[in-house]
Design a protein around this ligand. Sequence first.
Ligand code: AMP
Length: 192
Amino acid sequence: MNIILLGPPGAGKGTQAKILVNEQGLVQLSTGDMLRAAVVSGSALGQEAKIVMDAGKLMPDDIMIQIISDRISQQDCENGFILDGFPRTTAQAEALDRMLGAKILPLDHVIEISVNDTVLVDRINIRVAETPEADRRDDDNAETLKHRLEVYHEQTAPILPYYESRSMLKKVDGMQPIDDVSKQIEAIITAG
Ligand code: AMP
């Protein structure tokens, strides 16, 4: 089973992906985590990613498409994967379709975790207040979130009609408690 989780930054895609990893035995493919690992490694990719991520912008499509194309070819993805943070642009969504087609892999569920911007801003303010600076992601602050939300609405939200027009998009209310969001996702998956 292959799943895409969509939704704005801070919607809980990573949290829900981890729950699906535990419950469904799928692999989580988080492009954000991959880029953060590249930053820690100090590679050329990581150096570029650090600047882009701290500014709340997006990495170039061709780089991200190559990363995901390589990753889904690996053996641990054979039982299914959850894409968390990819696709983020229409070009990425179109490339993903081509990739899956070429590898004859299905796309089983596209799930949007929907959260209002005001709730995301409230959540980040709480996180900043409660989390020691050393434990916080560099891009986890109100200023960067503002840019990330602009980029989300401009470049990522247009993917929603892309999947909607293919009758693939299912929406869950991401403003509910984590367990309730998981139950909504589980219901979609169980319904097939
Ligand atoms: P995330 O952990 O998914 O919130 O991603 C953190 C940051 O990594 C984003 O704000 C982008 O700068 C970058 N990033 C992650 N995934 C992508 C992607 N698919 N395309 C472009 N940039 C990405």
